[in-house]
Design a protein around this ligand. Sequence first.
Ligand SMILES: [Zn+2]
Length: 250
Amino acid sequence: MDYQTQIERAAALIKQSSGFYSLTGAGLSTESGIPDFRTPGTGIWENIDPIKTASVEVLENDPRLFYEAAFNRFAHITLAEPHAGHYALAKMEEMGYLKGLVTQNIDGLHVKAGSRKIWEVHGHLRSGYCQGCKKRYSFEELVQQVELKRIPPLCRNCFDVLRPDVVLFGDPMPALFYEAEDTLRRNCDLMLSAGSSLVVYPVAYLPALAKKLIIINLMPTEYDSDAEIVIREKCSKTLHDLAEELSRDS
Ligand SMILES: [Zn+2]
């Protein structure tokens, strides 16, 4: 099947679907210039073990190391901008096709691009909170304290350590993950997985909840043999072309 035929058939499946959802992963972010820590040789964690820095254990036992190593990488991610693929998914939702979006990405680019029904199951970089009294802070507040060398940043109420709203190594999955899982189990008849290698559990269980599957990923995934359509192309181009195809005669 050539690329154009794949796009047309994917669009046809989406139009027939009554419960179309998407799952997105690091492949979308890398096209916005954010390195994928799981790709050998290019990863942001190449020189540093993520378990040793971006983890609950480090945050609790050595908050200075957490803020000097992991946090600076997070802060850099907030500078990224959405690409055509993020906008295409927002457009599919606006057109009434896409019912919701589950993302493993913490960069917030789907929100920036205008997606509304979204489960950011690994958290995001828009806010943080105090580990002691749970008072909420903007992510910017954490960044400002770090820039002023107040490491780790502390709560103004109780002087406990602040942390970003991302799921760190060692954190449990947030309640919204189970909400997403439940919604997919009840409603999803078609899932579009874009830019996810589908190896990080429990998110990698989610495609099994869909009746039909479309996969866009540069590398093979374990679900390829179960999918109706597998497109080995960049997410930005493919999602853009798919949204164009859907808007052509809708
Ligand atoms: Zn506090």
